[in-house]
Write a protein that binds this ligand. Structure first.
Ligand SMILES: *[C@@H]1O[C@H](CO)[C@@H](O)[C@H](O)[C@H]1NC(C)=O
Ligand SMILES: *[C@@H]1O[C@H](CO)[C@@H](O)[C@H](O)[C@H]1NC(C)=O
Ligand SMILES: *[C@@H]1O[C@H](CO)[C@@H](O)[C@H](O)[C@H]1NC(C)=O
Ligand SMILES: *[C@@H]1O[C@H](CO)[C@@H](O)[C@H](O)[C@H]1NC(C)=O
Ligand SMILES: *[C@@H]1O[C@H](CO)[C@@H](O)[C@H](O)[C@H]1NC(C)=O
Length: 334
């Protein structure tokens, strides 16, 4: 071997060392006792948490410590993302899953006319898809601000309104903030605050239409349906279950805007930032909105407020480890 080659190999080894270190340099979240107490006080303050009794507080403190261990483990397993303390850090995993990750696709029998395909005209084929896209920057149209479900768990309602709001903005030049509450109260095919499915939400928007959220405000619990008394209702013509293919979905995003999609959000409770990866098998338990992509990820909008994740968003890996179910991607049309 000549000297030059050896030099090159040594150089490469150093690079690998340095970058390898960088990735693993995430500081452990596990602190000493007094620091843990301080972390918990800070958490309570940040997320406005209070507990009815000292017993409850000490129980939640222990849950918090367990979640920190879990976040630490996820940081080690998946260095492309960062996990840590979030608004969910005092929930047990069972509580988190049953409350915040409860979307279930219906069995085939329950599907009404969900997979109706009615898009206007043939789609333009993009030969070269851009490497990266973000509706907030590149369009088409506008999105409303990130919303928060609070204690009412109706992901599909929030995902449907965000896609329909986006659609109206670039097809009709109308800025609408549409009513999730109406879907919660009036859409009898879904279960109010206990989940639902995209096709039920879109069928409702197709046949009945949605009022604006100023006429029908969000209260975060199931109420009496007032669809008759809320003024103009905005409808869609139909919606489409997109082909399960990354390029088709990218193209649909660029030309027709935001897309509803089903995901596995089991480990999203401690997500802070970065590209989320997890190990299969995955199961559908959340509904979110695709608003962009990059070379190795999908950019998803969640409905846990801007306090969570990357200002309310998460990037999930697009190589099969992101827990995204592209066969359950839906897009409305006007
Ligand atoms: C606990 O950890 C904090 C921060 O890591 C440090 O400042 C403090 O000195 C530690 N206390 C003890 C008793 O080790
Ligand atoms: C904090 O929580 C209390 C009681 O749960 C509530 O009354 C108050 O409005 C909350 N404050 C903020 C800033 O969210
Ligand atoms: C599709 O759209 C066309 C044109 O608006 C309409 O006539 C037709 O009934 C729609 N088909 C379905 C299945 O909704
Ligand atoms: C869209 O609406 C805005 C404000 O209502 C208006 O200023 C603008 O000219 C409209 N654009 C088009 C293309 O109609
Ligand atoms: C849009 O509606 C949501 C509830 O659906 C509400 O929380 C939010 O403040 C509204 N946004 C604006 C800009 O009015």
């Amino acid at each position: 071997m000549n000297k030059q080659l050896i030099g090159k190999i040594i150089f490469l080894l150093i690079i690998v060392q340095v970058f390898g270190k960088k990735l693993n340099s995430q500081k452990s979240l596990i602190n000493n006792k007094s620091q843990q107490q301080r972390d918990f006080q800070k958490f309570k303050k940040t997320y406005n948490k209070s507990y009815e009794s000292n017993e409850l507080e000490s129980y939640r403190f222990n849950v918090f410590l367990e979640n920190i261990k879990q976040a630490d483990r996820l940081n080690n397993e998946n260095p492309s993302a960062q996990y840590g303390i979030t608004q969910f850090s005092d929930y047990t995993i069972e509580e988190f899953l049953s409350l915040y990750a409860n979307v279930k696709p219906p069995s085939q029998v329950d599907i009404f006319d969900s997979y109706v395909q009615n898009t206007s005209g043939a789609e333009e084929t993009l030969v070269n898809l851009p490497q990266q896209w973000d509706i907030r920057v590149n369009g088409p149209g506008q999105l409303q601000q990130v919303k928060a479900t609070g204690q009412c768990f109706c992901d599909c309602a929030f995902s449907a309104t965000s896609t329909v709001e986006n659609l109206y903005s670039f097809q009709q030049n109308q800025t609408l903030n549409l009513s999730e509450q109406q879907l919660v109260d009036c859409n009898y095919r879904s279960q109010g605050c206990n989940g639902g499915w995209f096709t039920d939400a879109y069928d409702y928007v197709k046949y009945t239409g949605l009022a604006t959220s100023s006429r029908y405000p969000y209260i975060g619990m199931k109420g009496v349906c007032r669809e008759q008394q809320v003024g103009q209702l905005y409808k869609i013509k139909g919606y489409k279950n997109l082909p399960k293919d990354q390029n088709s979905i990218k193209q649909a995003l660029i030309t027709n805007g935001a897309i509803s999609v089903a995901v596995d959000g089991s480990n999203w409770g401690s997500y802070i930032r970065g590209i989320y990866k997890a190990s299969p098998p995955f199961q559908i338990n959340k509904g979110v909105t695709i608003i962009g992509y990059g070379p190795n990820y999908w950019l998803l909008r969640n409905n846990w407020g801007t306090i969570w994740g990357e200002m309310g968003h998460i990037r999930v890996a697009n190589d099969g480890t992101g827990g995204i179910f592209l066969e359950n991607a839906f897009q409305p049309n006007l």
